[in-house]
Design a protein. Structure first.
Length: 202
């Protein structure tokens, strides 16, 4: 069996685990997804999936399509049970990411396009990072560990093995793992909501 199919299968399996855990934590009312982040992720990854299909870049395109579809689904859910405290900086990051998407699409230099894409992802991540700084218990770090693992396996599904094609999935892997560590560190300084409510009552 081609190793590419194995890694693609692992990436999809890990994606199922990642989103299964995330959706379950939303159902349990433990997680409050931020609409701005999930909507922008869906758009960006969806464009990436379309681009991958247009150049016939192997199974990685199917992985991105599954990711994009799930992000759209979580974005819709977040409208009902997600983060309600939307700040001005959240709006700025959201609009900035949307404005940067057309710039990314028309950029002719592949390297410049990658850096614009990284900027978009950083702006997209900001509302979730800002929210998690104050409410680290509203995001499950284990889910982001699985998210980073998904992109780790995706690295091995890219048919054109160059640093340009590997940079973005590597960035996504490092970002997700870094965010998981960030949430774990913040949890050491912020008590869980239940403990905070008990302390207030006492």
């Amino acid at each position: 069996m081609d190793a590419t199919f194995v890694f693609a299968g692992l990436a999809i399996l890990v994606s199922v685990i990642r989103y299964g855990l995330y959706l379950w934590s939303i159902y349990q009312r433990e997680t409050e997804p931020h609409f701005f982040s999930w909507f922008n992720w869906a758009v960006v990854v969806g464009i990436g999936a379309y681009a991958q299909f247009s150049i016939d870049d192997g199974l990685s395109a199917w992985v991105l399509l599954i990711v994009s579809s799930t992000c759209f689904f979580i974005a819709i859910i977040s409208l009902f049970v997600g983060e309600k405290d939307i700040t001005r900086t959240d709006w700025m990051a959201f609009v900035g990411a949307l404005v940067a998407i057309p710039v990314w699409q028309v950029t002719q230099d592949p390297v410049a396009a990658i850096f614009v894409l990284v900027l978009i992802d950083m702006l997209t991540y900001y509302p979730t990072i800002r929210k998690s700084w104050h409410k680290p218990w509203s995001e499950p770090p284990i889910s982001y560990f699985w998210a980073g693992s998904r992109y780790f396996f995706t690295l091995f599904t890219v048919s054109n093995f160059t640093w340009e094609s590997l940079l973005y999935p590597f960035f996504l892997m490092a970002t997700d793992w870094g965010f998981a560590v960030f949430v774990l560190i913040r949890r050491r300084y912020v008590a869980p909501p239940l403990l905070r409510r008990r302390a207030t009552a006492e």
